[in-house]
Design a protein around this ligand. Structure first.
Ligand code: ZN
Length: 79
């Protein structure tokens, strides 16, 4: 994972705290996680998710894969 900084490595824009939508294609299904806390570039919209959050997302993806759902939508604000 790239190191966190205040400037976007892609466009050089300012990065600040925000939220992102995470999607994972499982092949047989899909997982969508909304309102994921992330660092978001104000200029190009690129987002970076911290390791602790990424680990949480990984668990959601694993659970969805085991559950065998076609589409799983999780909203972290509602969780
Ligand atoms: Zn950027």
């Amino acid at each position: 994972m790239a190191e966190m900084s205040d400037y976007c490595p892609i466009c050089g824009g300012n990065i600040s705290d925000g939220s992102a939508t995470f999607t994972a294609d499982l092949g047989s299904g899909m997982v969508v996680v909304r309102h994921v806390p992330a660092r978001v570039c104000q200029q190009c919209g690129e987002d970076w998710i911290e390791d602790t959050v990424a680990a949480h997302l990984e668990k959601i993806v694993t659970d969805a894969r085991v559950g065998g759902k076609i589409v799983e939508v999780v909203d972290l604000l509602a969780a």
